[in-house]
Design a protein around this ligand. Sequence first.
Ligand SMILES: NC(=O)c1ccc[n+]([C@@H]2O[C@H](COP(=O)([O-])OP(=O)(O)OC[C@H]3O[C@@H](n4cnc5c(N)ncnc54)[C@H](OP(=O)(O)O)[C@@H]3O)[C@@H](O)[C@H]2O)c1
Length: 241
Amino acid sequence: MGFKTKPISDQIALVTGGGTGIGRAFSEALAKAGVRVVIAARREEVLRYTAEELNLICSEERVFTYACDIRDHSQIRSLINHVVGRWQSIDLLINNSGLAVPEAVDQITEDGWDKVMETNLRGVMQLVRAVLPHMIKNDFGDVVNVSSQAGKRGYADVPSYCASKFGLLGYAEALRDHVRKTGANIRVFNFCPGLVDVDNSVLDAEPRAGFIHASNMARTLMYVLGLDRNVVLEDINLYSR
Ligand SMILES: NC(=O)c1ccc[n+]([C@@H]2O[C@H](COP(=O)([O-])OP(=O)(O)OC[C@H]3O[C@@H](n4cnc5c(N)ncnc54)[C@H](OP(=O)(O)O)[C@@H]3O)[C@@H](O)[C@H]2O)c1
């Protein structure tokens, strides 16, 4: 039996950390394709500024903001209730929010470790748990996780970040197995980028040496979303040569 499809311009996306960097690049590409995009992160003024900029580019209100700390499950519940209440679905969840606390193995603090794990891992788990029932009810959904090359290799300066990004891939694999076993029409994609030049995101700007331009992330996302519903594409490794 074929899987249900939905035109991209009818879709509702939730992009965590959509106000800055990679999340902003994703949101811009989605909005330009007609997707209504909710960008969620802690800093409301940053979200508002980005939404205004992107809506100006689209000449239409396609980007909406919601201030939220993904470490707090009650805030996540309110966020999901808000999105589903307004648009009746969440078709695309992009787990992009994340951070690193650079503390070497012999210097890791409890606070640093917890902050990284709560944001990069627990936040994602909480979001997926809240969004999954709506995707299942609507028989349609995609989950995109932003891991890292630090989810593939260990780096001495960011051990907690590496542990969280490796962990995210493990969680995503379990989620993929879950949706396969339950027959849900949900795809799970993981990005594992190397260095992305998020400080130099002007279109056509030359990225710093060793970095890729954020627009490559956005172009890859749009390509991946266009694949058939039965296609499993595992980790997307992309980095500067
Ligand atoms: N840039 C790179 O070279 C690179 C390479 C590999 C992977 N990545 C990954 O790519 C993702 C995006 O990073 P970026 O490079 O675009 O950096 P960024 O601009 O710092 O983006 C991180 C985003 O996460 C949000 N965030 C952090 N804590 C949050 C929380 N508790 N609740 C909700 N949102 C939170 C931040 O917004 P607020 O502070 O307003 O909450 C910010 O918008 C991250 O997961 C990162 O690990 C980046």
